[in-house]
Write a protein that binds this ligand. Structure first.
Ligand code: PXP
Length: 236
């Protein structure tokens, strides 16, 4: 299983003072150097963390993979096509949410997302769809030709009781197996941290996990090097 690091919150901290420090690109390069397989950034419509220039600089500096997380809006699609990331992960986006709250409803908007995927494929950009661990959503995602899915692990991460956690873990295990059976690459992410990653890391059908908040938060205390190394160790 590979570890992708989301560096949005390095930009959140930088933006707090409107200057250039800390630089998300420097942080991304360090994560790569330590061993992260991929860097993820979410260019939101309101640009609350990552800015257009960060995406440009990440594209020209990274040696491994850049995954551009984004809403499928005309403006951001145009930027993605120009930037040519190694992967786009399509997510739903609401202005007022603190972070992505749920998976895409591919069943409801099958034709729309089919068109978006076709557009990215025309430019040879692979796509991933961020969806809840629901078989019908996975089937619909495979039907419209996505290369990958990212299973939303938020409900697992937020489960309060042991039994609820177990139930949510089962949903993710089943969803990952279904995704593989449809021939998809299966990623997972959202809310994963140092205390809940191990059962997810044990799911052999998951190819990559995407983690942001927990790693950047720990980096404030222990430094980025140690925070990334420790997470890599748990994932492996
Ligand atoms: N995957 C997706 C699709 C996300 O929207 C996010 C949050 O930006 C993450 C993974 C990472 O979540 P977290 O910051 O909780 O690790």
């Amino acid at each position: 299983m590979r570890l992708a690091i989301n560096i949005d919150h390095v930009a959140t901290l930088r933006n707090a003072r409107g200057g250039t420090d800390p630089d998300p690109v420097k942080a991304a390069l360090l994560c790569e150097k330590i061993g992260a397989a991929c860097i993820v950034c979410h260019l939101r419509e309101d640009r609350r963390h990552i800015k257009d220039d960060d995406v440009k600089r990440l594209r020209s500096s990274l040696k491994k993979k850049l995954d551009l997380e984004m809403a499928a809006t005309e403006e951001i699609i145009a930027i993605a096509v120009k930037t040519k990331p190694d992967l786009v992960t399509l997510v739903p986006e609401k202005r007022k949410e603190l972070t992505t709250e749920s998976g895409l409803d591919i069943l409801k908007q099958k034709r729309f997302f089919e068109g978006v995927i076709k557009k990215f494929h025309k430019y040879k950009i692979p796509t991933s769809l961020f969806i809840d661990p629901v078989e019908a959503q996975i089937r619909a995602s495979a039907d419209i030709g996505t290369d990958m899915i990212e299973i939303h692990t938020g409900e697992y991460a937020e489960a309060n009781s042991g039994s609820e956690k177990k139930e949510q873990l089962c949903r993710i295990q089943e969803a990952a197996a279904v995704g593989k059976a449809f021939g998809l690459t299966v990623n997972a992410g959202h809310g994963l941290d140092y205390s809940n990653i191990i059962p997810i890391a044990a799911i052999k059908e998951i190819d990559e996990v995407s983690i942001g908040h927990a790693v950047i938060a720990r980096a404030i205390i222990t430094g980025l090097d140690s925070a990334v190394r420790e997470m890599m160790c748990l994932v492996k």
